[in-house]
Design a binder for this molecule. Sequence first.
Ligand code: FES
Length: 140
Amino acid sequence: MERITSVDEVPEDGTVVFRVRNGIEEAPVDEAILTRDDGAVHAWINRCQHWTDVRLDDGDGATVRNGEIICEKHGAYFETDTGYCNYGPCEGSRLPRVEVETEDGEVYLVDDDYGFVGFGPLDKDDEMPQGTRGGDDFEL
Ligand code: FES
């Protein structure tokens, strides 16, 4: 159980970015984001499900409006509490969840599949690990 940040640092109208490693020590570092919805904190891999090599944000946290994370690239909406995409070219998909828990006002990473690397985004020059691109039938 690794501490990420405090609950108070997670805004309801934005996200907090942190870095994770997917299990294997040599695996590329990935980004995740924290969201807060009615006081509950959730975490998601920071990859749009339209083009999964694309971050949801510009590198400093995604826009959240009315309980939805908005992808900066083509404007897909993902619910902050379920990760479900209810609008956009990847409608019906879900963001990959990262398991977190809160205790005494702190947020902890408790996911067996991810190790905590650090607080904040990857360097701007770092490549996101490989992804897929789909949803081309949606008018962008
Ligand atoms: S990359 Fe996010 S909606 Fe297209």
